[in-house]
Design a binder for this molecule. Sequence first.
Ligand SMILES: [Zn+2]
Length: 152
Amino acid sequence: MGLIDCASGNSLWRGYDYHKENKVSKLIPVGDGIYEADVSGSGKETYHVVVDIPHPRRSKCNCPHADGKRIICKHIVAAYFTVHPEEADRLYREAMEYEAEEEKRQAEIADMLPSLIHKMKKGDLESALLQVLYDGPEWQYDKFLREYFDIY
Ligand SMILES: [Zn+2]
């Protein structure tokens, strides 16, 4: 598994931000695919990071979150992206593409919904409507009674 796959989604995007905010300094290669760097944290502190790209789980950071654990924290991710900025750009591009796809899919579903509802049986429609009214917010329930039955 690559380093990116070992990191949580949260560490990945926080690490991405840190890389883009130039929080990584003193990046030096210390071995084959192994780098050391300083990464400034959210406050005044600076953490020391070892990024081991061939063996991501051997990467180290002395922040409270990752110290002594085999966790890929945002500081390690930030240092990794500074070594491989093209990976950071690829991650961003893929996330944007995914978001655009998802938006398109949601719009298609919304377009289809009226005709799907139109094809529903009356009994199914009735129970679905009751379900929505019972599960939905109180204002929606009240509004329905008001608009269709003049009940206040
Ligand atoms: Zn860390």
